[in-house]
Design a protein around this ligand. Structure first.
Ligand SMILES: Cc1ncc(COP(=O)(O)O)c(C=O)c1O
Length: 452
């Protein structure tokens, strides 16, 4: 027995040891992957709306920013969670679109969209006819813009169309001076960055339109309702050599009363903020002048040789589903999209105003009520962003809120005072609710005590 048994015992021990080592290794690999996935998830959750955002979020998520309040505490659920409302990522509409699965799903077979061309006879030759049809239809349904006798130009977001419009409106002659581009402060923080990014010889950022007193040609950007403060806007410079770009990203009935059908020379729209599909990257311009529409098309041709057909088809499907929901054509269980989004925004603004009142540390803009021709009622604007002011001695509102683990965008980026911040109202419910809850309890934490 002795020798045989010893040998059996020896092999059994070896087997147990080997099993233990393997289990240890497998556990290590799984743990490592878990940590890696968590980090990746943080990075994905972080991503949207430009350079301001991505660096800041990465910094905070890794806990390497200045000061103790930047370390993300993973324990204790929401207490230490960073609420990032710096960017205007419209994820709040996700819950509506989840209910519209059937109405919005498209299948694109491999043979489709192989050509560069969509509609060779159209000045915007890369625009899908179905997309153009749904653009005209949504404006007719909502009544927010005139589409008759207009050229439609599709773009990779209205961001690309903005640049195409600058190119098309700037004089092509031998004028050595770039054309000035102005907008009333506070203006959308990306305008100066997009205008000067390529140091164009055709145009340059010239700041606040209210302070603009130069003679000569200029471009004025009119954003209505305005980003960041939600105010309805009209042009202010009004000189003979000016041309206007109207940015109507937020002229939709969940944000502002539709007082009339906008009727201007060059108007920009986007699915990013209308239906909340920022990731599809589709915008459109309604342009009166054919030459301008053709120059914008040329810009996009030289920039990206057109606009993704797949994205245009998805945008068309979503715009169709939106119009159908408004006209009660789709599934009877489906709510009107603009009713849903209007009610959501109303609720959020009520919660925010209540929290601001309770804290006593902040203020918000007051709006006047106007009649909305779309939903046949008078209401006050309920913008996609809150233009929040830190009252009293708090001079750096962004820094102050950062200590409470709330990321916002300082007024400085919008040509305004750092006493203001822009806060996105379009995030998912849990983030928005946590923000409001933190804001409402701030007076009790004596202003500067950071959230642990
Ligand atoms: C006023 C305004 N214009 C344009 C855009 C960009 O829209 P898009 O996502 O279509 O490029 C934004 C996005 O935040 C915006 O606020």
């Amino acid at each position: 027995m002795g020798k045989g048994w010893n040998s059996a015992m020896y092999w059994r021990h070896l087997l147990v040891l080997s099993l233990a080592i393997n289990i240890g290794l497998v556990a290590k690999v799984l743990l490592f992957q878990g940590a890696e996935n968590e980090e990746r998830l943080c990075a994905v959750e972080a991503g949207a709306e430009g350079a301001h955002f991505s660096k800041k979020a990465a910094h905070v998520n890794r806990g390497v920013g200045k000061g103790p309040s930047l370390v993300v505490a993973h324990g204790g659920r929401d207490r230490g969670r960073v609420v990032n409302l710096d960017h205007g990522d419209p994820t709040m509409y996700e819950m509506f679109w989840k209910r519209m699965d059937e109405e919005t799903t498209i299948v694109i077979p491999g043979w489709q969209s192989v050509s560069y061309f969509s509609d060779p006879g159209n000045p915007c030759w890369f625009m899908e006819p179905e997309f153009a049809k749904q653009v005209v239809r949504i404006h007719r349904v909502v009544g927010n813009a005139v589409t008759e006798n207009r050229y439609i130009v599709v773009g990779t977001g209205s961001t690309q169309l903005y640049q195409a419009a600058l190119y098309a409106l700037a004089p092509t002659g031998d004028d050595p001076n770039p054309m000035d581009v102005v907008s009333v402060a506070p203006f959308y923080s990306s305008y100066p960055l997009m205008t000067d990014f390529l140091k164009s010889g055709l145009y340059k950022w010239a700041g606040d339109a209210k302070l603009y007193d130069k003679e000569g040609p200029y471009i004025e950007l009119v954003t209505s309702p305005n980003n960041p403060d939600g105010e309805p806007r009209t042009s202010v410079v009004n000189r003979s050599q000016g041309v206007l770009i109207h940015d109507f990203a937020y002229y939709w009935p969940q944000y502002a009363p539709i007082t009339s059908a906008a009727d201007h020379d060059l108007m920009l729209f986007t699915v990013s903020k209308s239906t909340g599909h920022a990731g599809i990257r589709i915008g459109w311009a309604l342009v009166k002048d054919k030459e301008v529409a053709m120059k914008m098309t040329k810009f996009i041709e030289l920039n990206t040789i057109g606009v993704s057909k797949d994205s245009q088809l998805r945008a068309a499907k979503i715009l169709k589903a939106t119009s159908d929901s408004c006209e009660g054509i789709s599934n009877s269980k489906v709510e009107n999209f603009f009713e849903f989004s209007f009610n959501q925004m109303t609720l959020r603004w009520m919660k925010l105003r209540a929290a601001v009142r309770k804290s006593g540390l902040f203020s918000l803009p007051d709006f006047s009520s106007e009649w909305c021709a779309y939903n046949q009622q008078a209401f006050k604007p309920q913008p996609a962003f809150a233009w929040l002011k830190c009252e009293g001695e708090i001079d750096d509102c962004e820094g102050f809120l950062k200590k409470q683990k709330i990321l916002t965008r300082s007024g400085r980026h919008f040509g305004a005072s750092p006493k203001y911040v822009r806060v996105s109202m379009l995030d998912r419910d849990p983030n928005f609710d946590l923000f409001v809850e933190r804001l409402s309890t701030m007076s009790q934490i004596e202003g500067t005590t950071p959230v642990p």
